[in-house]
Design a protein around this ligand. Sequence first.
Ligand SMILES: NC(=O)c1ccc[n+]([C@@H]2O[C@H](COP(=O)([O-])OP(=O)(O)OC[C@H]3O[C@@H](n4cnc5c(N)ncnc54)[C@H](OP(=O)(O)O)[C@@H]3O)[C@@H](O)[C@H]2O)c1
Length: 256
Amino acid sequence: MKEFMLQDKVALVTGSTSGIGEQTARLFAKEGAKVIISGRRAERGEKLVAEIKAAGGEATFIQCDMTHTEQIKNLVDKTVETYGRLDIAVNNAAENPDNKLITDMDEDKMDRLLMIDIKGTAVCMKHEINQMLKQGDGGSVINIGSCITSRVQPASIGYIAAKYAVLGMTEGVAKEVSGQGVRVNCIRPGAIWTDMLAEYFQEMGAEKDAYAQSQTALGRCADPKEIADGCLWLASDLSSYVTGSIIDIDGGYRLI
Ligand SMILES: NC(=O)c1ccc[n+]([C@@H]2O[C@H](COP(=O)([O-])OP(=O)(O)OC[C@H]3O[C@@H](n4cnc5c(N)ncnc54)[C@H](OP(=O)(O)O)[C@@H]3O)[C@@H](O)[C@H]2O)c1
């Protein structure tokens, strides 16, 4: 019988109604985890649950808007109510980049970036890690950062600030809890072909292939599954000696 990498684990993936989160949820379910799908779009979340179940996996959708922190507590509470525990958390939900020069900064957009990417990620970790510590047998938390913090681009000040905060929080929280068996790491994706990147290209007037050629060493955008593979490694025992680490899955974006 095939051994699954995440057999009987319970995994929560925020922002899993599309893109990187969706592919991560699909992969975790394929590897035997019971997966909580989350985001604001219930229809997409329920469709993904149905597809995972049809493929023989187990998943449940729990709606959550990261701008309402009581919904984040509810998300973790309902996860535990549904599957009894929490072993893996991927904090992936994020606001789209701001795409504005500092001289044109949109303060509402800045508030959303700080609220969703920074406070949202922090509040997720608070409730997830409280649950993991209560269980007492470890856990893996994976925060999704961005390559924007390995090589900055103009016109993204809010996004840069938010994703630098994700790096700092990853290291700080890892230091707090790794002694109790909970590992906390961060993946920095490069140019991943999702709705978020498509919108970025549209707003910035960029073209996919030209951007990939000029901005990545491998000369291409990635499929979101390539980030999901990194999440699987960090979620599994294959990375048992890894904590407080920043993992670049960026096609060599930072080398340009
Ligand atoms: N694509 C790239 O090139 C790239 C590069 C570097 C880093 N990243 C990072 O990768 C992560 C995933 O992005 P993606 O590219 O996969 O984009 P995406 O397809 O647009 O997915 C974003 C996800 O976040 C959720 N989300 C957004 N606002 C939310 C809110 N207020 N409350 C709850 N969920 C919310 C969305 O769900 P709902 O709309 O249903 O709420 C969606 O599932 C993000 O952290 C992003 O910063 C992406």
